[in-house]
Design a protein around this ligand. Structure first.
Ligand code: ARG
Ligand code: GLU
Length: 726
């Protein structure tokens, strides 16, 4: 008896400390873990073994304040974190970029010069911006899949699930001001409910000049070594009860349930670190055919078409300051994907991702074949993928061309808003758009034309239509191209000329004239509305059907494929669900990497690198004078490292993706040591194939943030409300 007991104890100890990695090794496969499962999945033990002093309960708890209460969704796709008991929050400069841009003009160029509120009164309001905290997350798989059977057609299954979801959501939020959302995990094998609380009064507190916040621009984007102070400060306001409220002068700073102390201790090689945030999307469990399609179809088409748009924008932005400001945010957005996909192809190629997938699939097949039940249920999956992807590749090509070359034409997006209003007017049997419906359109038009330069846009449209015509065969194009052939004798420029001359979506005066008398009859004569109609028609008649059928099949196959991977490799590794913009924890170490043969990257950068890169003639590398002065005088306050260096950024092996921008990078005690903002180029394939030897997240060092606020901007009063850890 005694013997058995100690045996069990030893076994338990063994399980507790080495539960994730049987050989005692550290994570090699990355991981974006669900915060409420850190204990159950064995991450807690793993993290503690790596140097974390916290417990899983400190990170996520529904009974007491925990780190999760300081982490929030910022705007549409970033993360932010509370850093004071008075609602002060930190996110990336590139996350608040749209806000700082909208407060900027040629006279008041906050984008270039930065903005600092020197008192609460000076903070700037941001209509449309919100932050969302997570109240709790809960496994609701059983309720969501109630009544669903394996034999259901996808459409039937989806309908049953949608009905179950609305019931569960309803039950959980009634009588509260919370929202609830239920999302599929593991391709619909599991469902979790996320209960959340959204605040809508979020004010801009401070932003460094672009020469700090966007230092290195698109040249350095996705690159290590990096020297960007990619941060911005906002403040969340609530009503006097601490509840969400629309902007009001009477609102008061929110008291978050938790906020991060900011560490001045700095980071060392191999320090434990974790990142807490909202990673958007990964695809780590795909079959080889899917990876091949991404590498050879989706990514290359997107890259080629964005190249066209970016070089035209670049030309116009270089020759006019006005256009530069107008298109700064759009350019950054388009180029971000453009560069990432190039890194992705490079990384997948270099790490032999395709062959690795095939080897893994061979192993999987062997295991499936040894288990009669699996063989019966999952035995044909890989062949089915082969057939499906054969069918999908041409559709994917047409879809990418449609989205990136046609649907990306900017005024189309604007015209679709007006079309929606025309639709509801005609449904209500009116001859014109009602004033309630018109008002937001007029507001949108003001915003649209503020950032619109017709000659630039027109040139892009011409080149995109040409690229599309070259790639897509005649019988697979929208009717627009027949019109171009018949009416315009194949002259795309002549067609676009007429389109841009006659449309209210490319001429502000025409829009204003229409808005005075917003009849349906006059609007539908607009050539942009005609084009948009032709595109939509084409999408519905030539693409959507195939795409829907394929994605139904793919959903079913991926659900089974995910499940059989989890079954067949249950003893070899722990699975985490692909990122889906829900709250996740990832952890790793502070470390550099070897990007290619013979090259070793250190894990941190210093202000010396800013000085090396500084170039007053290159907007991307033009360092603010004040920073140069501080450097000359070595006036770093207390923010330099022990050896006197001022550190700027560091790299670490946390598995992150888009959406993790602005996420807190946290030490083993729960202090903020940096803010996440990017990944190294050689490792952007981590969305599909994580490789610890190459994949790094990039963060701005917390000490540089404090230095910029205090020494550079003279807004040191903000540090008084923070808890600074020395
Ligand atoms: N690559 C980072 C991310 O994916 C930063 C993007 C913004 N910066 C830029 N230079 N475009 O969001
Ligand atoms: N910059 C990314 C974002 O906006 C984070 C970097 C990444 O994709 O890892 O979320």
């Amino acid at each position: 008896m005694q013997k058995i007991k100690s045996y069990v104890l030893i076994l338990l100890l063994f399980v507790a400390s080495f539960s994730l990695y049987a050989d005692g090794d550290e994570p090699k496969g990355g991981g974006m873990w669900l915060p409420m499962l850190l204990k159950a999945m064995g991450n807690e033990a793993d993290m503690q073994a790596m140097g974390m002093k916290l417990s899983a309960e400190d990170i996520y708890s529904i009974n007491q304040a925990s780190l999760k209460d300081a982490v929030m969704i910022f705007g549409g796709g970033c993360t932010a974190e509370a850093i004071s008991p008075e609602g002060l929050i930190l996110t990336n400069h590139h996350c608040g970029y749209g806000q700082i841009q909208s407060h900027s003009s040629v006279e008041n160029d906050y984008l270039t010069d930065g903005f600092w509120a020197m008192s609460r009164k000076e903070e700037l309001t941001n209509p449309g911006l919100s932050v969302t905290f997570i109240v709790r997350m809960e496994d609701v798989t059983d309720k969501v899949l109630e009544g669903v059977s394996g034999d259901d057609a996808e459409s039937v299954r989806n309908l049953k699930i949608a009905n179950n979801i609305s019931k569960v959501v309803e039950d959980n939020i009634k009588d509260t001001h919370y929202k609830a959302q239920i999302k599929p995990f593991f391709y619909g094998n599991e469902y979790y409910m996320i209960v959340s609380e959204t605040f809508e009064d979020v004010r801009l507190v401070g932003a460094p000049p672009s020469g700090i916040g966007k230092f290195g621009g698109d040249t350095d984007n996705w690159m290590w070594p990096r020297h960007t102070g990619d941060f911005m400060l906002f403040r969340v306001y609530a009503d006097t009860d601490g509840k969400p409220a629309a902007y009001s002068e009477d609102n008061v700073p929110l008291k978050p349930r938790h906020f991060f102390p900011v560490s001045m201790r700095g980071v060392k090689q191999d320090d434990f670190t974790m990142v807490f945030g909202f990673p958007g999307r990964t695809q780590l469990y795909l079959p080889n055919q899917a990876v091949e399609t991404i590498m050879n179809v989706n990514d290359p088409i997107r890259i080629a078409l964005r190249d066209i748009r970016l070089s035209i924008m670049d030309e116009h932005m270089k020759s006019s300051d006005k256009v530069r400001i107008q298109y700064a945010s759009k350019y950054a957005g388009i180029s971000n994907g453009y560069k990432k996909w190039q890194g992705e192809i490079l990384g997948l190629t270099r790490t032999n991702a395709l062959q690795k997938k095939k080897d893994y699939e061979a192993q999987l097949t062997q295991r499936i074949n040894q288990n009669p039940e699996w063989k019966e249920k999952y035995g044909t999956l890989l062949e089915e993928f082969e057939l499906l992807y054969k069918e999908m590749r041409p559709t994917e090509k047409e879809y990418e061309y449609f989205m990136e070359a046609l649907f990306s034409i900017e005024p189309i997006g604007f015209s679709r808003r007006v079309e929606a209003a025309l639709g509801s007017a005609s449904e209500a049997k009116q001859t014109q758009v009602s004033s309630e419906e018109l008002q937001p359109l007029v507001a949108y038009a003001t915003y649209f034309f503020k950032n619109y330069h017709q000659p630039l846009d027109k040139q892009i449209t011409i080149e995109l239509l040409k690229a599309y015509r070259e790639a897509i065969p005649k019988d697979r194009r929208p009717s627009t191209f027949k019109k171009i052939a018949d009416v315009y004798k194949n002259d795309i420029e002549a067609y676009v000329d007429a389109l841009y001359k006659g449309s209210m979506f490319t001429n502000e005066n025409l829009f204003e004239a229409w808005a005075k008398n917003p009849t349906i009859e006059s609007a539908i004569k607009d050539p942009m509305i005609a084009l948009s109609g032709e595109l939509i028609n084409h999408y519905f008649s030539a693409i959507k059907n195939d795409k829907d059928k394929q994605s139904d099949k793919l959903d079913r196959l991926m659900r089974d494929y995910m499940q059989v991977q989890r079954l067949a490799f249950a003893d070899d590794k722990k699975f985490f669900p692909d990122a889906n913009f829900t709250l996740r924890v990832t952890y790793g170490r502070v470390e550099g990497y070897e990007p290619r043969d013979g090259v070793v990257y250190d894990y941190y950068t210093t202000i010396e690198g800013i000085i090396e890169k500084h170039d007053p003639d290159e907007a991307e590398f033009n360092t603010p004078k004040r920073l140069l002065e501080l450097y000359e005088n070595k006036d770093y306050g207390g923010y330099a490292d022990e050896n006197g260096e001022l550190r700027i950024c560091f790299a670490a092996s946390n598995h992150t993706t888009g959406g993790n921008s602005g996420s807190p990078v946290i030490d083993g005690e729960g202090n903020l040591i940096g803010i996440n903002f990017d990944r190294g180029w050689e490792g952007t394939m981590s969305d599909i194939n994580y490789d610890r030897s190459l994949c790094r997240n990039i963060a701005t060092d917390a000490r540089y943030i404090l230095f910029v606020i205090d020494k550079f901007a003279g807004a040191g009063y903000l540090l008084e409300e923070m808890t600074i850890v020395k």
